[in-house]
Design a protein around this ligand. Structure first.
Ligand SMILES: Cc1ncc(COP(=O)(O)O)c(C=O)c1O
Length: 442
């Protein structure tokens, strides 16, 4: 299985999920769970939407397959236009993939190729943030900032470099006072300029950043962070890639996270929520200028995927976006996010809850050993807490979500975007019981 310690199931059954309806899923024993993670940040519209299943069936009957290699098909054209219409600035060029990691690969390859064709052939390096996850293909994994996840596969693609992320909870003391968040954001952004200087601007092609970094437990950008990053990228002629594999399509109450935080990147990578999971699809969206060198003569972007922009997936994505519009999904998230935040923040009275952070329908709850000192758990304690107890206990109580220790231990929450107060309350009540017990076990 993917990212799974198989020995966990030596003496336990692998959960088999057989059915979904709205914000809930059921296992093969008939037990019901609240889908607190939208599968894997995917099921924006929730489960059991027959309209999306019907769109897939209709397309499969009409034209099940045609690649986008020198040919096109109607739903890919329609979807590309829709996406370009939602994307900020002049990000009007869409390249379809089958998922997020491929979109990240595509963005890096396009960045390198673009600079080779525009007289800056040495620009090829990538800067990304500590603890950030960008996917498993070897390029995307190289951009990933999780050394432990990369070690089994080294050497990876060379030429990637890490800068600090925007984890304000763990920021130095000097940034914890009045105005500290904004100063921390500028400090963190300036580390990107520093890394470009250290490497030499003529060698750096792109910076990959998520609007809200997932890995490590939801780090929203401090006010002004992306504006400063944009200035830096412009100054050094480095492409800003907004990796929105999680953050796009309503997760933050907008089609794109860049819109929420008011910046215009050079490229966006996305996947997951584009189809709400009813069929696999990803995309890389690029500024017009990045395509220009490929528009004349003998040039072509020598890159592609057989199943990238699969007709069934693009048909489903168009239907998905139709529902977004019709049901006002982004507005729903924006209206309800204060209630979601407030409900989760109630958990702050528990001694094990150090921080509740996030935006939209996307939160991380950081668990600590000591709230006052923010002391975290030793490796052995984290192992006992997360793997030994938490994940299973949450599941037993009827909440599907993830306890993650790729950075400090966090519980990740990203429910379907249709959720309302009753779901928030259910999440809070289950977390309260399980986290309280976890603390007593320490
Ligand atoms: C920010 C980000 N980038 C890339 C990926 C990789 O996407 P995929 O698993 O679809 O290849 C993920 C997956 O979670 C992600 O969160």
């Amino acid at each position: 299985m993917h990212f799974t310690r198989h020995s966990t199931y030596d003496h336990a059954d692998i959960p088999v999920i057989t059915r979904g309806e709205g914000a809930y899923i059921w296992d093969s024993q008939g037990k019901k769970y609240l889908d607190g993670l939208a599968g894997l940040f995917v099921s924006q519209l929730g489960h059991g939407r027959t309209e999306l299943a019907d769109a897939a069936a209709k397309q499969a009957r009409e034209l099940a397959f045609m690649p986008l290699w020198s040919y096109a098909h109607p739903t890919a054209i329609e979807l590309a236009q829709r996406i370009a219409g939602y994307a900020p600035g002049d990000l009007n060029r869409v390249f379809f993939t089958t998922g997020g990691g491929e979109a990240v690969e595509t963005a890096w390859k396009l960045a390198k190729n673009y600079f080779k064709l525009t007289g800056k052939p040495t620009k090829h390096k990538v800067i990304s943030r500590a603890i950030a996850y960008h996917g498993t293909p070897q390029g995307a994994l190289s951009i990933t900032g999780l050394p432990g996840m990369k070690a089994p596969f080294e050497p990876l693609v060379p030429s990637t470099f890490r800068v600090p992320n925007t984890n304000h909870y763990r920021a130095p003391e000097e940034f914890q006072n009045e105005g500290g968040l904004e100063r921390f954001g500028l400090w963190a952004a300036d580390r990107i300029a520093e890394a470009i200087e250290f490497e030499g601007a003529d060698t750096v092609a792109a910076v990959f950043l998520e609007p809200v970094q997932n890995s490590g437990g939801c780090f929203p950008p401090p006010p002004g962070y992306f504006q400063r990053v944009r200035e830096i990228c412009d100054e050094y002629d480095v492409l800003l890639v907004s990796d929105e594999v999680i953050c796009a399509f309503g997760r933050l109450g907008h089609m794109f996270g860049a819109e929420r935080y008011d910046y215009v990147p050079d490229m966006i990578t996305c996947a997951k929520g584009l189809t709400s999971g009813y069929s696999p699809l990803g995309a890389m969206i690029a500024q017009d200028k990045l395509m220009e060198p490929f528009l004349s003569g003998h040039e072509s972007f020598l890159h592609g995927y057989t199943f990238g922009g699969h007709p069934v997936s693009t048909a489903v994505a168009v239907a998905n976006l139709d529902i977004f519009e019709r049901e006002g999904i982004n507005e729903h998230v924006r209206t309800n996010e204060p209630a979601f935040r407030a409900t989760l923040e109630k958990l702050k009275d528990l001694p094990i809850v150090g921080d509740v952070r996030g935006d939209g329908y996307f939160y991380g709850i950081e668990l600590v050993k000591d709230k006052d000192t923010k002391e975290t758990f030793s490796d052995a304690e984290a192992e006992k807490l997360l793997r030994g107890y938490l994940s299973k206990a949450l599941y037993d109580e009827g909440l599907y979500c993830r306890a993650d220790d790729r950075g400090d231990p966090v519980v990740q929450l990203a429910p379907p975007l249709i959720c309302t107060q009753e779901h928030f309350d259910e999440i809070e009540q289950i977390l309260r019981v399980v986290l309280d017990k976890a603390y007593s076990l320490l």
